[in-house]
Structures are given as structure tokens and as C-alpha cells.
Design a protein around this ligand. Structure first.
Ligand SMILES: Cc1cc2nc3c(=O)[nH]c(=O)nc-3n(C[C@H](O)[C@H](O)[C@H](O)COP(=O)(O)OP(=O)(O)OC[C@H]3O[C@@H](n4cnc5c(N)ncnc54)[C@H](O)[C@@H]3O)c2cc1C
Length: 175
């Protein structure tokens, strides 16, 4: 099949790679002169199961609200009358309960474990290296409360780590 993929970020290129591996004729169209000039250029590069805690949480709810008026925060929220943004914000806020945090973090943990396998498989198949580091991540907490919340979240991920690691799907190999 002839398939066109719009956008050469990580999602477009990975989709094109797997479609091509499945025997399709794939063309990737990117509006910038080079690939990965959008969000994929500027992210933190973390594909780390230990960092799989979902962003939507009771704490994020406060950050979201503070971000409306405090523009010194790392995460800022600019209010605008965009129906898509408003609908997205309402969906995000609905996920900010402790129960949803737990459920979403568990799903993210499985997704990160799978994603890491996929990156390693592509690296092994193509010889393309990314600047991966495996020395862990150092987190600083500014208050006892955020430290307690953070360790509680890490403990939850650690409890499910082994079970999710063994149950995760395997990435498809190159055809
Ligand atoms: C500050 C920050 C930190 C992050 N840190 C992490 C992290 O540590 N770990 C992690 O896993 N994720 C992280 N993310 C999220 C991650 O970067 C994104 O989920 C991912 O890059 C999205 O990839 P994408 O291919 O969907 O989008 P993009 O990389 O934005 O790619 C979309 C591409 O489509 C092109 N495009 C759009 N419309 C058209 C069109 N009409 N025609 C042609 N081309 C078009 C754009 O130019 C762009 O190149 C972070 C994000 C941010 C903002």
C-alpha cells in the first residue's frame, strides 16, 4: 500500500519505519527542512519507567491553577477562549484525582516499558544510536510534602514494576 505520513517527529518517523518494515511504500512529509524540529526536538529525552507517574494529579491541579496567575512557574497556563483548549483542560482536570493518578501511572508504566523496548529494538535493527544514559535521574524536592508525595508515587510504581515488566507486549521485529 502507498502511505503518506504527515510530520517527521518521533511519532511520524516511528510509524513510517514500522509501516516500511511491514512492506508498505511510505512517504514522510515534513513542513520544516529537517525532521524532529517540533516537540521532538526540545523534550527531555526521558524514557524512564521510574518517571512514569502521570502528570494529572491532585498536585497538578494546584499547579494548573497557580500557573494561571504565576508566570514564574515551570508550567504556565495561558487562558484563551479556544474550545479545543477548554475541552482538553476539563478532561485534564477530571484526571486529577488520586484514583485516576494511580490508574494512569500504571498505564504509563506499561507504555514506558514497551517504548523503551521499541527504542532498543530500532537501535539494534538500524545501528542508530541515541544519546541514552542509564545512570538514573536526580530529583530535588523543595518541601517535605512534595518529597513524601514523590516517594509515595515511586513506591507505587516499584510495587507494579516487576509484574508489568513481565506482562508488557514485545515490540514487533523488523520484517
Ligand atoms: C518540554 C517537553 C519535555 C518533554 N519531555 C519528554 C520526555 O522526557 N520523554 C518523553 O517521552 N516525552 C517528552 N515530551 C513529549 C514528547 O516530546 C512528545 O510527545 C513527542 O515529541 C511528540 O512527537 P510527535 O511526533 O507527535 O510531535 P512533533 O515532534 O511535534 O512532530 C510533529 C511534526 O509534524 C510536523 N507537521 C505538523 N503539521 C504538518 C503538516 N501539515 N505538514 C507537514 N508537517 C507537519 C511538525 O513540523 C513536526 O515536525 C516532552 C515534551 C515537552 C514539550
Amino acid at each position: 500500500m502507498k502511505i503518506t505520513v504527515l510530520g517527521a517527529g518521533v511519532v511520524g518517523t516511528a510509524a513510517a519505519y514500522h509501516l516500511a518494515a511491514d512492506g508498505h511504500e511510505v512517504t514522510v512529509i515534513e513542513r520544516h527542512p529537517e525532521p524532529a524540529r517540533g516537540t521532538s526536538q526540545s523534550n527531555a529525552g526521558l524514557v524512564s519507567p521510574g518517571d512514569a507517574t502521570a502528570w494529572a494529579s491532585p498536585a497538578a491541579l494546584k499547579t494548573f491553577l497557580r500557573g494561571l496567575y504565576n508566570h514564574d512557574l515551570g508550567i504556565k497556563v495561558r487562558l484563551r477562549f479556544d474550545p479545543y483548549f477548554i475541552a482538553w483542560s476539563l478532561r485534564f482536570l477530571r484526571q486529577c484525582t488520586r484514583e485516576r493518578l494511580r490508574a494512569n501511572s500504571r498505564v504509563k508504566l506499561r507504555l514506558v516499558l514497551y517504548s523503551r523496548d521499541c527504542i532498543n529494538a530500532i537501535s539494534a535493527d538500524t545501528g542508530i544510536r541515541c544519546d541514552e544514559r542509564k545512570k538514573g535521574i536526580l530529583y530535588f524536592f523543595r518541601s517535605q510534602h512534595s518529597f513524601d508525595t514523590g516517594t509515595d508515587n515511586y513506591r507505587y510504581l516499584a510495587e507494579h514494576w516487576a509484574a508489568d515488566r513481565d506482562r508488557r507486549p514485545r515490540p514487533a521485529g523488523r520484517a
